[in-house]
Design a protein around this ligand. Sequence first.
Ligand SMILES: Cc1cc2nc3c(=O)[nH]c(=O)nc-3n(C[C@H](O)[C@H](O)[C@H](O)COP(=O)(O)O)c2cc1C
Length: 115
Amino acid sequence: MLAADPVAELVADRERARAAADPFTDLCILATAEASGPVGVRTLVLRDTGPAGVGLLVSGTSPKWAPLEDGRAECLLVWLTIRRQYRLRGRLVPMPEPLVARYWGQKVHESVLVP
Ligand SMILES: Cc1cc2nc3c(=O)[nH]c(=O)nc-3n(C[C@H](O)[C@H](O)[C@H](O)COP(=O)(O)O)c2cc1C
C-alpha cells in the first residue's frame, strides 16, 4: 500500500535499511533504454534521498545521460534487510553546484582521473 507521502516513506525506509546494515543502502540500479537499441543496467551510488528527490552523480558525457534526460530510465532501490524495493521514474533536474562539488570531492581518487 502506498503511503500518503511516498518520498517521505522512501527516506524513512533508507534509514531503516542503514540501521539494518543493508549493503545496498548507498547503491541503486539504473536501467536505461536507447531510443532504438539496447537496454543498459548500471550500479550507481545513491547520493541523496530527500524531499527534492533522489540524487545521482552522472556525467553529461556518459551514454546514460540522453536516456535519463528523455525519461527512458528507471532507478531501482532494493533493501532486502527490510523487505522493500522502490522503482523510480521521474523528471531529471540538475543538482545544485555546491552539492555536485561536494560529492565529486568524495569520489575515490582513481575514479575522478580524466584520461
Ligand atoms: C559500486 C559502484 C558504484 C558506482 N557508482 C557510480 C556513480 O555514482 N556514477 C556513475 O556514473 N557511475 C557509477 N558506477 C559505474 C557505473 O556502473 C558504470 O559502469 C559507469 O557509469 C560507466 O557507464 P557508461 O560509460 O555507460 O555511462 C558505479 C559502479 C559501481 C560498481
